[in-house]
Design a protein around this ligand. Structure first.
Ligand SMILES: Nc1nc2c(ncn2[C@@H]2O[C@H](COP(=O)(O)OP(=O)(O)OP(=O)(O)O)[C@@H](O)[C@H]2O)c(=O)[nH]1
Length: 482
């Protein structure tokens, strides 16, 4: 086992250690300064954040990393006037929570630790539950020296606070997008997008206003609506917002809980409410992560329905559908459009000489080059075998010919040999057909025109581009398609 931090991180190991130490210290300070004097912490986010960090950056989870974290927490306690013994013991409880949670989450494959599957939420629930139970047990063992409470009250208080806090914060950290993804994020805001959020804020305000034991459940429908409409990370932020608002409202006695009766005290109410809040965020989180799985599956299904498996180009039916939509748009916008039919020359010879596997590779490498050269609005698809097509919006015959000629040369000069020994070159023949701005033809007619041009390119010796519109005598052919 490595005792240093892993070398694959960009920052040097010592700087990472100092970072970890400082982070643990800083987070503990925040927790200490927001803790009412002589009382249990209302909200102790340190453990959840550090646990999340360890899971997101496994390189930190080394004996040295764990020690830096522990020392950072102790430093925070000592610099705020805590005694040595207490500082050591309290932070053993904190570290025990992080280590227990970490061990449970390690049972999940790394790819699932970012909450993208419902079972990851269940593992996280177990991690928070066991982690809080272990920490609460350790703190209750030294109860006499720490708090003026019975061991049971100390246990329940630690457990309920840590269980709920971790369950609210950990999903945010695990589901947070990486900085690169965050910068690429495009927010497509419409007034309807904000409705679930508005409903959540209203139901939260309503639950604080009405109060009573049932009020913590008021935001559930709005949270479920948010889970259906928003991304998982947004849902984790909203469950955190909901939980925090309710915990703070209850502790400030804003939600008018019943506190009379022989066994009921304010701290009992808060403990019970915390556990309830922890349970209620599970539903929206599980729904949201199930939808992540569904969306991924749908995207995969859509992709395999629309794209050719071997070449990554559009499949024939998707190409036809999109080309028809493009023609429809052309008629309305009165724009030109061109179609290029492309056929690899003597492809049978490649199969016969090099075998089918190399043939497949050539098809895929050819398609890769084409996709890299074409713009996003130009449709590229495989019609079948070694025949492909490009639909060019807003392009007259001359522009389509120029593109065809460029692609022909690009392919002619490319080496498609996967083994990199002998160069393997191919050539292509291209037939172009174009429709001017006010011309109307069906896709089938446009295809037939391009096919005539392609036939001519083949019969004139291959490795060339021919345009139906420029073929001498095409006026004669052209009448066929009027
Ligand atoms: N490796 C591989 N070969 C394919 C695939 N689809 C079709 N082919 C082969 O492509 C070849 C096409 O041959 P032909 O239609 O005679 O055309 P060609 O040899 O390219 O000749 P010209 O088009 O006249 O230049 C056939 O041998 C098919 O078996 C595929 O997915 N993979």
């Amino acid at each position: 086992m490595s005792i240093g931090l892993h070398a694959n991180h960009r920052l040097p190991a010592t700087i990472q250690l100092i970072n970890l130490f400082m982070l643990a210290c800083l987070l503990s300070w925040v927790g200490i300064f927001t803790r009412p004097i002589g009382a249990f912490s209302l909200f102790w986010p340190v453990n959840a954040i550090l646990l999340g960090l360890m899971l997101r950056k496994p390189g930190y989870a080394t004996p040295v990393g764990w020690s830096a974290m522990y020392l950072g927490m102790i430093a925070a306690d000592l610099t705020t006037g805590e005694g040595w013994v207490l500082a050591l013991w309290l932070n053993i409880c904190n570290m025990a929570l992080i280590a227990t949670g970490y061990s449970v989450m390690l049972l999940l494959p790394q790819s699932q630790r970012r909450m993208g599957k419902p079972q990851a939420i269940l593992y996280m629930f177990t991690a928070c539950l066991l982690g809080a139970a272990v920490a609460a047990t350790l703190s209750a063992l030294r109860n006499d020296n720490l708090y003026n409470n019975t061991a049971m009250v100390t246990w329940v208080s630690w457990f309920s606070e840590q269980f709920s806090t971790n369950l609210l914060i950990l999903p945010v950290i695990l589901a947070a997008p990486r900085l690169k993804q965050l910068l690429r994020l495009q927010i497509n805001w419409q007034w309807r997008t904000g409705m679930p959020l508005l409903a959540l804020l209203c139901s939260l305000a309503f639950s604080v206003y009405i109060g009573g034991p049932g009020a913590i459940a008021f935001p559930i429908p709005a949270l479920l609506w948010c889970a259906v409409r928003y991304q998982l990370f947004t849902v984790t932020l909203l469950t955190l917002l909901t939980g925090l608002t309710e915990i703070i409202s209850i502790s400030a006695n804003l939600m008018l809980y019943e506190t009379s009766g022989p066994h009921v005290t304010v701290i009992d109410t808060l403990m019970s409410a915390r556990l309830g809040i922890a349970m209620l965020v599970m539903g929206p989180l599980i729904l949201s992560s199930s939808l992540v799985v569904n969306r991924k599956l749908l995207r995969r299904l859509e992709h395999s329905a629309n794209y050719d498996f071997l070449t990554g180009a559009l499949g024939r039916s998707a190409l036809t559908r999109k080309a028809k939509e493009l023609l429809e748009h052309k008629y309305q916008a009165k724009e030109a459009v061109s179609l290029l039919l492309i056929d690899i020359d003597h492809f049978k010879l490649i199969n016969d000489t090099h075998g089918h596997v190399i043939g497949d590779h050539v098809l895929s490498a050819f398609s890769h080059i084409m996709r890299r050269e074409l713009r996003h609005d130009q449709l590229f698809g495989r019609l079948g075998g070694e025949e492909f097509a490009i639909m060019m919006p807003r392009a007259l015959a001359a522009q389509a010919m120029a593109l065809g000629e460029y692609l022909r040369r690009r392919i002619e000069n490319a080496d498609l040999n996967p083994n990199g020994k002998e160069p393997l070159r191919i050539t292509i023949s291209i037939g172009v057909a174009s429709l001017a701005m006010n011309e109307e033809k069906s896709l089938e007619q446009l295809m037939s025109m391009a096919d005539i041009a392609l036939y001519r390119a083949k019969s004139q010796g291959r490795n060339r581009v021919e345009s139906f519109n420029m073929i001498s005598g095409s006026q004669l052919n052209y009448t066929m398609f009027k």
